[in-house]
Design a protein around this ligand. Structure first.
Ligand code: FAD
Ligand code: NAP
Length: 542
């Protein structure tokens, strides 16, 4: 502490203590030797994996690549027993990482960062917390999470519900749903995971579905110690492949167009991947153009629709569960999703045909007049994704410009890590970063931001920030790449379509991790092209 009691001068402040914030703290403090403090308003570290404790919460990236790769010893010492890690397993892993690198002493929990304002007179950030403290720092790194700000739709009567009403992204540690009458609104990745896990546990589960979903099996199951040992031996090759691939999920993307093979061969490939399991593998490992070519997309969608018809016994339920739109949202995979609807204690309420009219003290009333009586009502309604963590902060850059003003046409960035007018501020998973398995993208960004800060420190730069031109060009690039895909044509959080009133805009770089890493390396090789720095009183274009 220095100066006034409430002011601490740090080299850097990191906001968020999930995968991103944890590694950034390690990078800046342990590797670059800066004084750093990370803040999180959670009561523990872990980010996503602290908050999302709903039954069934797990990753759909396979265990061997849902982790950090920056330290071979860390890779070698952490085992896994199932193909996918569940929430307690991932949280335990992140807690181990925090302990291993002695990070906890510089993580301040139960503390929200409410404001971050750039002081142009002193070229520093002034950070204010919800505990009323203020801190000054030269660098601000925002690791706020892209799926962190929950979306709780304002359905009439919501606050009158007398039972437990909760969002999956803020699941209470002690809630037990065993034997209860449970309702769930939402059938995205979260809702479908919850449905599979809750169905065998509850007395009755009412699923309120707005959009039917394409889901494939995850293929989850035990992994033997021998398989883990051989995966560990292969880590060098694995991570090289991950870093140069498109979606970074640890499998090779297909390079075969779907329509280049016979209908019979297509079905064989789809069936093979259905049997292996994994959503990203089904979308990107079967054929190379499912996400780009409407005909290829329709073939994949048809295959999944045929599976729904085979699996779901009640024809009316099967019809309501069958999507008719493009297969172009984030791909889902589950352990027996469609099979859940064959259980006597699970009912599907198609709220597109029969909308929710109100939430009452005892349940949910639909337009047909039925009141679905519930003890627990679960909102699996997703997140105000990507920029949602930013727009709720009082975040101001040069000239006092608020981030909401800067992003009034939708969130933008240069390279997903920085934005013009916000000097010395770096974002992890900011807008227009890569659309991938996220830990390898997070590591890529942390390593690169670390390199940029190291370079700025060496050069004695006071500030470093991107030019508006560089940001505009990057946004255009992301838009052009996205327009080559079918994703913008499906309504989902990926383009901001899930939040009423939110600007629908490109929010990801969709050319893959390999291309993204190459771009970052070129920019660094050109002396951080697109950034400019101020060294004392001099403005310098590197
Ligand atoms: P987060 O883990 O979201 O951490 C951000 C932290 O910042 C949070 O703890 C939040 O409390 C804190 N924070 C935000 N604003 C403030 C503030 N103003 N002040 C203080 N603290 C703040 N990705 C995959 O690649 N594969 C998967 O299989 C996968 N599964 C997922 C399953 C679920 C249920 C969810 C919700 C997401 C999943 N994701 C998955 C995405 C997942 O979010 C990322 O993989 C990764 O965990 C993100 O790490 P992060 O550190 O960037 O953000
Ligand atoms: P989501 O994909 O946005 O799904 C939200 C669901 O809620 C959708 O079914 C949506 O219906 C519904 N919904 C939203 N507002 C509604 C309203 N007002 N009334 C009725 N229904 C409403 O959110 P998510 O399922 O939490 O997943 C978000 C992302 O988190 C995923 O895409 C993934 O990246 C990550 N995640 C991953 C996993 C995993 O398997 N590893 C698990 C959970 C989350 P519409 O479709 O009609 O909008």
């Amino acid at each position: 502490m220095s100066g006034e009691d409430t002011t601490t001068d740090l080299d850097a402040v990191v906001v968020g203590a999930g995968f991103g914030g944890i590694y950034m703290l390690h990078k800046l403090r342990n590797e670059l030797g800066l004084t750093v403090r990370a803040f999180d308003w959670a009561g523990g570290i872990g980010g996503t994996w602290y908050w999302n404790r709903y039954p069934g919460a797990k990753s759909d990236t396979e265990s061997f690549v849902y982790r950090y790769s920056f330290d071979k010893e860390l890779l070698a010492e952490w085992d896994w027993a199932t193909r996918y890690l569940d929430q307690p397993g991932i949280l335990a892993y992140l807690e181990h990482v925090v302990q291993r690198y002695d990070l906890a002493r510089d993580i301040q929990l139960n503390t929200g960062v409410e404001s971050a304002v750039f002081d142009e007179a002193r070229n520093i950030w002034r950070i204010g917390t919800d505990a009323g403290e203020t801190f000054t720092a030269r660098y601000l790194v925002t690791a706020l999470g892209l799926l962190s700000r929950t979306n709780l739709p304002d359905i009439p009567g919501r606050d009158s519900f007398a039972g437990d009403l909760l969002h999956t992204g803020a699941w209470p540690q002690d809630l037990d749903i065993t034997g209860k009458r449970v309702g769930v609104i939402g059938t995205g990745s979260t809702g479908t995971q919850f449905i599979c896990a809750a169905a065998p546990q509850v007395q009755h589960l009412a699923v309120f579905q707005r959009s039917a979903q394409y889901s494939v099996p995850s293929g989850n199951g035990p992994v033997s110690p021998a398989d883990v040992a051989s995966a560990k031996e292969d880590f060098d090759r694995t991570w090289e492949q991950v870093r140069s691939s498109v979606v970074a999920f640890g499998f090779a993307e297909s390079d075969v167009p779907a329509m280049s093979v016979s209908a019979e061969e297509r079905r064989r490939v789809f069936q093979e991947n259905w049997d292996i399991g994994n959503g990203f593998r089904f979308m990107f490992g079967t054929f190379c153009d499912i996400a780009t070519d409407p005909e290829a997309n329709a073939a994949a969608a048809d295959f999944i629709r045929s599976k729904i018809a085979e699996i779901v016994e009640d024809p009316e339920t099967a019809r309501a569960l069958t999507p008719t739109d493009l297969y172009a949202k984030r791909p889902l995979c589950n352990e027996g999703y469609y099979e859940s609807y064959n259980r006597d204690n699970v009912s599907l309420v198609d709220i597109k045909a029969n909308p929710i009219t109100e939430i009452t003290p005892s349940g949910v009333r639909t337009a047909d007049g039925v009141e679905h009586e519930l003890d627990v009502l679960v909102f699996a309604t997703g997140f105000d994704a990507v920029d949602g963590g930013y727009t709720r902060m009082d975040l101001r850059g040069r000239g006092g410009v608020h981030i909401n003003e800067h992003w009034s046409d939708g969130p933008t960035s240069y390279l997903g890590v920085s934005t013009a007018g916000f000097p010395n501020m770096f974002m992890i998973l900011g807008p227009n970063g890569p659309f991938t398995n996220l830990p390898p993208s997070i590591e890529t960004q942390v390593d690169w931001i670390g390199g940029l800060i190291e370079d700025a420190e060496r050069a004695g730069a006071v500030t470093i920030e991107p030019t508006t031109e560089a940001e505009v060009a990057w946004t255009r690039t992301c838009q052009e790449i996205a327009d080559m895909t079918l994703f913008p044509k499906a309504e989902s959080w990926i383009f901001g379509a899930n939040i009423p009133g939110k600007t629908n805009t490109v929010m990801f770089y969709m050319a893959g991790l390999g291309a993204y890493r190459q771009k970052l390396s070129e920019v660094a090789g050109e002396g951080y092209a697109g950034f400019f720095r101020h060294s004392r009183d001099l403005a310098e274009q590197p």
